[in-house]
Design a protein around this ligand. Structure first.
Ligand SMILES: [Zn+2]
Ligand SMILES: [Zn+2]
Length: 360
């Protein structure tokens, strides 16, 4: 497809490749739009779909209520603790002042102070009683807090057990959904791939090749973008297995193509010289000569050496003498470059002595 030597033809071919890519681009866009407009086949899964609401709702309510009670108990506990520390410090201050007063009194030993001793002792008792009540209030709130916390923990543990089972069911369902999505996509992509394979094998050199190649690019894009990322993984096994299968298929195709090419070359090299030159195609022969290889067997030949008229590898005639002016000229040229005589007899019909290795 790239053997054309005419300048315009080269540019036409480049333009046609561009057509192939643009065609592929539009096909990809259309395919993407179609896929985007398809109704979503799978609703996203949620954990709640796999939990028994009759069992879960009361537990959730229980946890919520216990949390609220816990918060209230915490606030009340903080209040009670504040009250207690206030009562403690009040009682301590009173006791210290009383002790001081007692020390002064024992030094002076004044009897008229006895009623005051009684009064102050009573006030101390009252403060002590307040202190005790503050202690009890704090303990009660601590108990309430503990009860609430343990109640919440119990409900939470049961809820977690239920959720764990739900998560297992969710994961199993997710794997099934993954497989289903992959199969939908395979059903969409496989016909494209089969059609592309058939086109590649049969039609890649037809007149309509830009569209054939455009479709092949589209199918490859669909395979790698719309299908491969959705392959279920199963811990990587599937991806590696698919990679191995694809590599084996591509490698098998390349090996068979190489063998076919070698067989074709072998058969071509056994044909008469003139027929080989005719079969080769003018542009293909010139392109190979331009690369310094024999057009018949594609092995390197020193074309600058004026004593070499035949390929030393396959025996095809590379240079000959013009029938009219005897100038040495390329055997593939259609006209003599010196006199312009058409080289028709050499390429149109098997010439006498044109067999490989024939002429000395
Ligand atoms: Zn050769
Ligand atoms: Zn000539």
């Amino acid at each position: 497809m790239s053997k054309a030597l005419r300048l315009s033809e080269k540019w036409f071919r480049r333009g046609l490749w561009l057509v192939a890519f643009v065609f592929a681009g539009f096909l990809i866009g259309l395919g993407g739009t179609v896929v985007g407009d398809l109704p979503k086949v799978e609703a996203p899964l949620q954990l709640d779909d796999f939990l028994d609401p009759q069992a879960v709702q009361p537990l959730r309510a229980q946890v919520k209520a216990a949390r609220e009670v816990q918060e209230q108990a915490q606030a009340a506990l903080e209040q009670a603790q504040l009250q207690r520390s206030r009562a403690l410090s009040e009682a301590r201050a009173e006791r210290e002042s009383f002790n001081q007063w007692l020390a002064t009194r024992s030094a002076t030993q004044r009897a008229e102070h006895d009623p005051e001793v009684l009064a102050r002792t009573r006030r101390l008792d009252v403060l002590k009683e307040g202190e005790r009540r503050a202690h009890q209030a704090v303990e009660a709130q601590e108990q309430a807090l503990l009860d609430a916390r343990q109640g919440a923990d119990r409900a939470l543990r049961r809820l977690e057990a239920l959720e764990r089972e739900g998560r297992e069911r969710l994961a199993a369902e997710q794997r099934r959904v993954e497989l289903r999505v992959f199969l939908y996509r395979l059903a969409l992509t496989l016909p494209l791939l089969v059609a592309a394979g058939w086109l590649f094998a049969r039609k890649r050199k037809s007149t309509w090749w830009p569209f054939v190649w455009g479709f092949i690019f589209f199918a490859l894009f669909a395979f790698f973008v719309e299908l491969v990322p959705y392959l279920p993984s199963y811990g990587g096994y599937v991806r590696y297995a698919v990679g191995i299968v694809v590599t084996v298929l591509v490698g098998r195709y390349a090996i068979l193509a190489l063998n076919r090419y070698l067989e074709r070359q072998r058969q071509a090299e056994s044909l008469p010289d003139a027929q080989r030159r005719r079969d080769l195609g003018y542009d293909a022969a010139l392109a190979r000569l331009g690369k310094g290889v024999c057009p018949g067997c594609e092995r390197p030949v020193d074309l600058k050496n004026e004593t070499i008229d035949f390929c030393p590898h396959c025996g095809i005639g590379l240079f000959e003498r013009c029938g009219a002016c005897s100038t040495r000229k390329s055997a593939f040229a259609r006209f003599c470059h010196a006199c312009g005589t058409a080289a028709a007899p050499a390429t149109e019909a098997p010439a006498a002595g044109g067999a490989p290795g024939g002429p000395a």
